[in-house]
Design a protein. Structure first.
Length: 446
């Protein structure tokens, strides 16, 4: 029998001009507990390689097969296609098309150059990185959608070697949908290692798992802590921790609709954060009243997650003094996911400075963004949206500056550079753009 529903956390700030600091804290803000505990895991992988990965698969993932293949074999992909519901396969194909179309449109041109001054050209080349590990979590479910979001932009960008790492199930296998998604994207290497040990595996390399330049994808605080500890060895990518969302609603919204979408990210896990932010007491009260009915329609596990979040210290309903204060809450919070339910959502969007993604109106719930809409659903968390954007093609490429100056364009630049060099105390710089350069070039007839 399910436990009785608790009261939804309600923050009534309607008479307050200040936003309490505790509302902006996330579960990943303090990683000290995890940082201390991932250190020996990382060291074990560094020194023992595959043996440590198999041991942690047994201890953390419940794998009973002592000789589990760390690399998913071809037969596992074939079996996955045979077992997976055709409707799920078709949904994955549909999502692949949309996500690929979005990222192909996002991809920059290979090179651009602009004539800055007569005869002086400067620009950028965009070059894919050599390798990336795409992390697909599994602890609270199976997430083929994350595989699509992390691997498709890598393929579009032209990364030479894109691999997937993901925790194995107790049977020592990767879930069927993740394998099917990998094959449909064109990824052939899927490795069974997750958590801090998976991050360490791609940071150091093991007998089986290749060392990679970068790791992308969301993960638990264990994964986040490991990424931070190993950031000197592997680029940790955008900060993507436990899920978080804000539903911003004006006074025209049906509170039951706002509550429906508040469920979405709150069911991810007890470490998620999710708030409805509104200046309408009616909307707040309607949402609070609707939530128990929605929980009753979820399975016990997901209802428990959502209830823990929305009745806890990292979620619930926030009632502000006015809509301007509600918008300011959003900008201070800088959510991973922001959904705007309003009479004029486009107008409200213009007031938003900080969010990983903005989903507009009654027909754009976070669910669509997570799975099939096209924009990347791997988004910055823990307030990082104030300075960082979503995962994109650009995260798999690097810019290389390019410059070219003609004989005719050289002298005006050289004169100014010569003055800079002398002022900053670099005689060698100055010598390189002095009359000596011209003499040498003219002597060789260049």
């Amino acid at each position: 029998m399910s436990a009785p529903f608790q009261a939804v956390t309600f923050h009534d700030l309607s008479d307050s001009s200040e936003l309490p600091a505790e509302l902006f804290k996330r579960t990943e803000a303090d990683l000290s507990f995890f940082t201390e505990r991932v250190a020996p895991i990382i060291e074990a992988v560094r020194t023992e390689g595959d043996a440590a990965l198999r041991r942690f698969a047994r201890d953390f993932d419940g794998v009973t097969a002592p000789h589990m293949s760390i690399l998913a074999e071809d037969t596992e992909f074939e079996t996955a296609f045979e077992r997976l519901d055709p409707q799920v396969v078709e949904s994955i194909r549909f999502a692949v098309e949309n996500v690929r179309a979005f990222h192909e449109a996002q991809k920059p041109e290979d090179m651009w150059m602009k004539e800055i001054r007569p005869g002086a050209f400067a620009g950028d080349r965009h070059v894919p990185i050599d390798s990336v590990a795409c992390y697909v979590p599994r602890g609270k479910g199976s997430f083929p959608s994350v595989l699509l979001m992390t691997t498709i932009p890598a393929v579009v960008a032209g990364v030479k070697r894109a691999i997937v790492i993901t925790p194995p199930g107790p049977d020592g296998k990767v879930d069927d949908a993740t394998l099917v998604a990998a094959r449909l994207v064109g990824i052939t290497e899927v490795y069974k290692c997750g958590g801090a040990q998976g991050v360490a595996a791609v940071a150091f390399g093991t007998e089986t798992v290749p060392k990679c330049l970068k790791i992308v994808g969301p993960g638990s605080p264990w994964v986040v802590a490991a990424k931070r500890q190993l950031s000197n060895l592997i680029d940790p990518g955008i900060p993507a921790g436990p899920s978080e969302s804000l539903i911003l609603a004006d006074d025209t919204v049906d509170g039951a609709l706002a509550a429906l979408d508040l469920i979405i990210e709150s069911e991810h896990g007890t470490d998620s954060s999710a708030y409805l932010v509104t200046s309408s007491r009616r909307v707040a009260e309607q949402a609070i009243a609707a939530l128990p009915g929605y929980w009753a329609q979820l399975d016990e596990k997901r209802a428990g997650f959502s209830q823990a979040v929305l009745c806890g210290t990292h979620g619930g309903v926030v009632l502000t003094a006015d809509f301007t204060a509600a918008v300011e809450f959003v900008n201070q919070y800088a959510p991973e996911h922001l959904e705007i339910l309003a009479e004029e959502p486009m107008a409200v969007m213009g007031k938003i400075r900080n969010a990983g993604e903005i989903l507009l109106g009654n027909y754009t719930p976070i669910t669509l963004g997570n799975f099939v809409l096209g924009p990347n659903a791997v988004l910055p968390t823990n307030g990082a949206a104030k300075t960082v954007g979503p995962l994109s093609v650009f995260d798999y490429m690097k810019r290389i500056s390019v410059g070219y100056v003609t004989r005719e364009g050289y002298q005006p630049l050289a004169d100014k550079a010569h003055a800079f060099a002398l002022y900053e105390g670099f005689p060698g710089h100055a010598l390189a753009v002095s009359a000596l350069r011209t003499e040498i070039i003219n002597k060789k007839g260049q």
